[in-house]
Each structure stands twice: as structure tokens, then as C-alpha cells.
Design a protein around this ligand. Structure first.
Ligand SMILES: CC(C)(COP(=O)(O)OP(=O)(O)OC[C@H]1O[C@@H](n2cnc3c(N)ncnc32)[C@H](O)[C@@H]1OP(=O)(O)O)[C@@H](O)C(=O)NCCC(=O)NCCS
Length: 152
């Protein structure tokens, strides 16, 4: 576990978030700058950033949806800081923010071949619901996961 600082989003984070997303995802899955800005600055957005020595090493974004659901838009951790509990800290903080905003559960899509993220979400208590066929484009399916927020 590394000692990183968690904080909310600042407009000045956008470029570092975009660059980290480029490292974390292949072109099929990554955000454009505009998509990233829109996702992070939407009225429904909740964003948590992890900093280590003032460098952005991870972030996650959720949107608070109708029906009291929090949707995880993205979760990115710098490869140099992985397996140190950064994503765990980010998700716990994001879930708490969504719970405070009235969400009763969180849900998300994850690419069927993204075994690291699938393991991570299952370890976080997320439960597989169903396959969303072609969610990421033809032949690229997503798994849908959900977790109730009534427990810590
Ligand atoms: C998935 C991701 C966010 C995990 O970040 P992380 O900071 O390394 O995760 P944590 O250290 O908090 O991991 C917590 C637990 O999740 C599981 N886990 C995380 N990464 C794993 C991996 N590569 N393989 C197997 N299990 C993994 C483990 O159980 C881990 O606990 P342990 O290290 O004590 O065994 C990171 O690999 C990443 O940014 N990947 C690219 C972007 C991505 O796929 N995002 C999710 C898209 S939906």
C-alpha cells in the first residue's frame, strides 16, 4: 500500500488524466480529450484523483444516474503504481461519494478480456450480471457488474 493523497477533480488535472488514459487503454477503449472533459465535468460526475508527490497516479469517475445508481465511467492507475492498493482506495472513496449523493448501488462495464480489472472488481465485491454484446464495438463484449452500497 503506498501513501497517496486522494482529492477531488481540478480543471488542471485534465491533461494528466488524458495522458494516463492513453497509457491504460488501447485506442479502442480510450477517451478523447473532449470525452474526458465531458465525463469529468458533467453535473452528475463524481471524480476522485490519487496523487503521489504531486503527480497524478490514478483517478476514477462515476456518474450519479437516476434510479439511485452510480455508474463507473473509468478507473485508471499508472502502471508504475499498480498492485499497491491505489484502485482500491480510489473506488472506496468514489463509492462513498456516490452513496452520499443518494446512490444505493454502483454498476459498470468491463471488457471481457480485461482479466486484471475483472479480478479487481470481483475482489471489491462486484457481482457479474450479464454480457452486453458488442458494447465496445462489433465483436468486443462487455461484462456488466453491480455492487450494492448498503455495506461498507
Ligand atoms: C485494474 C486496475 C485499475 C487495478 O489497479 P491497482 O491499483 O493495481 O489495483 P489494487 O492494487 O487496488 O488491487 C486490489 C486487488 O485487485 C486484484 N487485482 C488488481 N490487479 C490485478 C491483476 N493485474 N491481476 C490479478 N488481480 C488483480 C488483486 O486481488 C488486488 O489485490 P492484491 O494486490 O493484494 O492481490 C489497473 O490494473 C488499471 O489501471 N488497469 C488499466 C485500466 C483498466 O483496465 N481500468 C478498469 C477498466 S473498467
Amino acid at each position: 500500500m503506498i501513501d497517496c493523497v486522494l482529492r477531488g477533480y481540478l480543471k488542471g488535472d485534465l491533461e494528466a488524466m488524458f495522458r494516463l488514459d492513453e497509457v491504460c487503454f488501447t485506442s479502442q477503449f480510450r477517451f478523447t480529450r473532449e470525452m474526458m472533459r465531458h465525463s469529468a465535468e458533467a453535473a452528475v460526475a463524481r471524480v476522485v484523483v490519487a496523487e503521489k508527490d504531486k503527480d497524478l497516479v490514478g483517478f476514477c469517475i462515476a456518474h450519479v444516474e437516476q434510479e439511485n445508481m452510480g455508474y463507473v465511467v473509468t478507473l485508471d492507475v499508472d502502471p508504475a503504481y499498480r498492485r499497491n492498493g491505489v484502485a482500491h482506495l480510489l473506488m472506496k472513496c468514489l463509492e462513498a461519494e456516490c452513496r452520499d449523493a443518494g446512490c444505493l448501488s454502483m454498476w459498470l462495464h468491463v471488457y471481457t478480456d480485461n482479466s486484471a480489472a475483472i479480478r479487481f472488481y470481483e475482489r471489491m465485491g462486484y457481482r457479474f450480471l450479464h454480457i452486453d454484446k458488442d458494447f465496445y464495438g462489433e465483436g468486443s463484449d462487455a461484462m456488466v457488474y453491480i455492487r450494492a452500497l448498503n455495506s461498507a
